[in-house]
Design a protein around this ligand. Structure first.
Ligand code: ZN
Ligand code: ZN
Length: 395
């Protein structure tokens, strides 16, 4: 971050959006800097061609181009659809011995991302407490009606995380799991030194600030994985907001108060316009349902999930990226400290079918009312799905 101002915290709609310890946990480790992709690394795949660059925003800086170069390379490195996994597993539940629904729902959700399943399939190591080895052994490859979850706690024992014998936050668990996947040994030599979480879920926001005095423009980038969106103020008409509206609000023009211009050194309130430079391969949104007034209060208002989500209106160069809803973690209960988490997902074997995965149970029934209480929502790129043509609404 190169902005030297005090107003940054108030610029973003949500103070703890990028600053909570849990958010930083999942932040990619130096995601794209010094990661210029060379032809050799792409390993036989067609490297980014000059023509691709000519399609980009002309004023894009070297840094901006570097982020997009990295993004181009990622397209050929992972399994983005189910035909690229070694084995496609039947749907099964996970037995919940007590309070592990927060972890079970995360494991279920991520087990519906082909790239994750393929990474787990390719990985093996000697650590008996390894999250990824045990995820595969006791859940994906389990022959039982329902998998187990005991391995989840074991994996985080050394980190002193999730050991309190109480309900934890699914968002924290998700970021912790992404962190673990990021650290495992990747057998595929093409993935050596890659930042997996950033490759799979990473997105980049390009912020353009303009000094009111000298009109000098300053651009800086933010990279993150799970995208936190806030609930919007209640609509007076009683209409429910969609998740696209929540996401769009992150990209509204705003003001940085007390911005010091690097060019003229004057301190002013400067307008800033964020745009989505790099749309992730897999988009994970976390709906922050905490209320500002009164701590720990959960906002129960429904959020409509767009089954198809086009983010071109947020994109830096109006590039069209279309996503399909592929899963969500739902939280039932009036407080985020209590209640129950479960998951809905597109079936691994029949992508036109949504299923409900609630602890050990698997059902073909979906409740749209439940879906509107989502807490974490997962989208995959439309081109990665086997579905073609119009789809009948399922949510
Ligand atoms: Zn392992
Ligand atoms: Zn200036």
């Amino acid at each position: 971050m190169t902005v030297n101002n005090e107003g940054w915290g108030s610029f973003k709609t949500n103070k703890w959006l990028f600053t909570t310890p849990s958010s930083s946990y999942g932040r990619p480790r130096t995601p794209v800097s010094n990661s210029r992709v060379t032809e050799g690394e792409i390993n036989g795949k067609v490297p980014e061609s000059p023509s691709t660059r000519t399609n980009r925003l002309r004023t894009l800086s070297d840094r901006g181009n570097e982020i997009l170069d990295n993004h181009e390379a990622v397209k050929n490195l992972y399994a983005w659809n189910w035909s690229e996994v070694r084995e496609n597993y039947p749907e099964r539940g996970i037995h919940n011995p007590s309070i592990y629904c927060y972890a079970i729902s995360c494991v279920q959700l991520l087990s519906h991302v082909p790239a994750v399943v393929r990474i787990l399939q390719d990985h093996r190591c000697q650590d008996p407490t390894c999250l990824c080895c045990n995820w595969k052994k006791y859940f994906l490859q389990s022959q039982n009606h329902a998998g187990s979850i005991a391995w989840f706690r074991e994996a985080f024992k050394r980190d002193k995380k999730f050991n309190q014998g109480r309900q934890e936050d699914a968002h924290d668990a998700l970021l912790a799991i992404l962190g673990k996947i990021d650290q495992i040994a990747l057998q595929n030599p093409r993935l050596k030194d890659r930042k997996v979480a950033d490759d799979l879920y990473g997105y980049s926001i390009r912020n353009e600030v303009q000094c009111r005095v000298c009109k000098n423009k300053h651009v800086y980038y933010e990279n993150n994985t799970v995208m936190t969106v806030r609930m919007l103020k209640k609509d007076p008409s009683g209409r429910h907001h969609s998740i696209k509206e929540l996401m769009q609000s992150l990209f509204n023009a705003s003001t940085i108060y007390g911005y010091t211009c690097g060019n003229c050194k004057k301190k002013t309130d400067a307008p800033v316009k964020p745009t989505l430079l790099r749309a992730p391969q897999v988009l994970i949104l976390h709906i922050s349902r905490f209320s500002f007034d009164g701590w720990g209060k959960k906002i129960l208002r429904p959020v409509l999930l767009n089954e198809t989500l086009d983010v071109s209106s947020m994109a830096t160069a109006n590039a069209s990226t279309v996503y399909k809803l592929c899963g969500a973690i739902i939280h039932g209960g009036t407080s985020l400290d209590y209640g129950h988490y479960w998951c809905i997902a597109r079936s691994r074997k029949r992508e036109q079918q949504f299923i409900t995965l609630n602890d050990s149970s698997v059902s073909n029934q979906i409740s749209s009312q439940d879906a509107r209480q989502s807490y974490i929502v997962l989208y995959r790129r439309a081109e990665h799905l086997a579905i073609t043509g119009a789809e009948k609404s399922m949510i």
